[in-house]
Design a protein around this ligand. Structure first.
Ligand code: FAD
Ligand code: NAD
Length: 467
């Protein structure tokens, strides 16, 4: 079979690339080694984690918030088996949706491991060892990433686990020791903390979500402490061992003194590493970077081999589903001769805790380091009528704008539905809006989005109305 484009990997990068290629009239195939499409995101990432976050939040609210609303529930219990079953149904509905989209767009799906014979020939090896060869003009590598570990910790997948196992446990842990206070740790830590697990977070840096604006990490930590999570910041993990049903995690504290925590599970969430095993990159003369094992690409996401592109988690940049999707569409359009563009500064980042954390653009720390003169406007949800009505009083919106031009340079928010609200900031910044532009636009009342307008008013001339 001769194709214009073969996509290897069916995550959000790969399947979006394939659909965009097909829309542009290119004869397209996609190769996926697993039986279900959708990659990490749909099978063991974004979607299942959000399903469990929603279920656990319902339980938490029923246990702690309903009574204040005048709703009494007796004999409240978690049916964890049902919670996991529902998560699996959500995943199945989404992955079969991708299979439908492949059919609809006339994209050939080949199940098996894809590997290079040469730059125009891909071998698909099926689970039973049978192999077939496909030829193509272009290849898009979208093979994603897998969880990484620490060199001295062996993941046994039973007691010392990654996010993949944490999404499919068959019991609620009593004490979950979490290595890494990043996105995965805090999202999955929240799930279990809401269900009654004692969650201890050991983080190497001096704040949680350390790459985001520092104010967000401080506020999130304050809120998660209320949920019962405990934090060991600036602690260096030195080992993790299993004895029966008990895991012992050892660390050096900030003073260099040794300590340990014992739990029934340890979740290692210290980042992910690009996945290129079995691709046969050497057959086309490609190597991966030593750090992170990523494939190197140019500004068109083309590798050093002409006609071979790479996108998503397997290349540089944030490991986010929407970044992979944008790159998938971009490469398809480049292959079709168009001139698309991505502004990487404007890819938002979200943490789906409650309250949610969301940000786009530059952090205050980055602006300081770059000697940019900026002004700040903040608005707390405590002062929002909508947030008072729902009882979501934690968090704030912080807007950073250029001191001279008033152009919005960064928006950092923690609060109810921040994941959805950040879209307004992205639109504003794509159109290079000033804080005053946003503060002059009507925002429906009462909505959480009014906090964005108020933060812009505060940044414009310190003239927020409701505080
Ligand atoms: P992947 O989704 O990893 O897909 C790669 C696919 O390629 C896989 O299906 C793999 O089986 C296949 N493959 C690999 N090698 C071969 C081969 N040789 N032949 C055939 N197939 C192959 N991001 C967000 O933006 N929002 C979130 O809320 C979010 N939540 C997450 C929660 C968790 C627990 C995790 C682990 C990740 C989360 N992410 C989230 C990150 C997101 O999942 C990734 O950034 C995204 O999936 C990357 O997409 P991708 O297409 O590059 O690769
Ligand atoms: P991460 O990079 O977000 O966080 C890892 C954390 O582990 C960091 O805070 C780091 O300082 C810490 N760490 C590293 N080594 C350590 C050590 N030895 N001891 C203690 N702490 C240590 O990585 P993650 O949480 O594993 O997530 C992986 C990727 O998946 C991320 O790139 C993220 O973008 C993506 N993801 C995104 C979402 C989302 O968008 N909502 C959700 C989950 C995952």
């Amino acid at each position: 079979m001769q194709y214009d484009v073969i996509v290897i990997g069916s995550g959000p990068g790969g399947y979006v690339a394939a659909i965009r290629c097909a829309q542009l009239g290119l004869k397209t195939a996609i190769i996926e080694k697993y039986n279900t499409l959708g990659g990490t995101c749909l099978n063991v990432g974004c979607i299942p984690s959000k399903a469990l976050l929603d279920s656990s939040e319902h339980y938490h609210n029923a246990a702690h918030a309903f009574e204040g609303h005048g709703i009494k529930v007796g004999n409240l219990k978690v049916d964890f088996g049902q919670m996991i079953k529902r998560k699996e149904e959500v995943v199945a509905a989404n992955t079969s949706g991708i299979a439908f989209l492949m059919k609809k767009n006339k994209i050939d799906v080949h199940t098996g491991v894809g590997s290079f014979k040469d730059k125009n020939t891909i071998i698909v090896t099926k689970a039973d060892g049978a192999a077939e060869e496909l030829t193509t003009k272009n290849v898009i590598i979208a093979t994603g990433s897998k969880p990484s570990s620490l060199p001295f910790i062996k993941i046994d997948k039973k007691r010392i686990i990654t996010s993949t196992e944490a999404l499919s446990l068959n019991e609620i842990p009593k004490h979950l020791v979490l290595i890494g206070g990043g996105v995965i740790g805090l999202e999955l830590g929240s799930v279990y903390a809401r269900l009654g697990t004692k969650v201890s977070v050991i983080e190497f840096m001096d704040s949680i979500i350390p790459t985001m604006d520092k104010a967000l990490g401080r506020e999130l930590q304050r809120v998660l402490k209320k949920l019962g999570m405990e934090f060991y910041l600036g602690h260096k993990v030195t080992g993790a061992t299993v004895k029966g049903k008990e895991v012992t995690v050892t660390f050096d504290d900030p003073k260099g003194e040794k300590g340990e925590l014992k739990g029934d599970y340890c979740l290692v969430a210290v980042g992910r590493v690009a996945y290129t095993d079995g691709l046969g990159l050497d057959k086309i003369g490609l190597t991966v970077e030593e750090r992170g094992r990523k494939i190197t690409v140019d500004q068109h996401l083309e590798t050093s081999v002409k006609g071979v592109y790479a996108i998503g988690d397997v290349i540089k940049g944030a490991m986010l589903a929407h970044k992979a999707e944008d790159e998938g569409a971009l490469v398809a359009e480049i292959i079709a001769g168009q001139k698309p563009h991505i502004d990487y500064n404007l890819i938002p980042g979200v943490v789906y805790t409650w309250p949610e954390v969301a940000a786009v653009g530059q952090t205050e720390e980055q602006l300081k380091a770059a000697n940019v003169k900026y002004k700040t406007g903040s608005f707390p949800f405590r002062a929002s009528g909508r947030a008072r009505a729902s009882g979501d009083l934690d968090g704030f919106v912080k807007v950073l704008a250029d001191a001279a031009t008033d152009e919005i340079l960064g928006v950092h928010m923690i609060g109810p539905r921040a994941a959805d609200m950040i879209a307004e900031a992205v639109v504003a910044m794509e159109y290079r809006a000033s804080a005053e532009d946003i503060s002059r636009m009507s925002h429906a009342h009462p909505t959480y989005t009014e906090a964005m307008r108020e933060a812009c008013l505060a940044a414009t001339e310190n003239r927020a109305i409701h505080m």
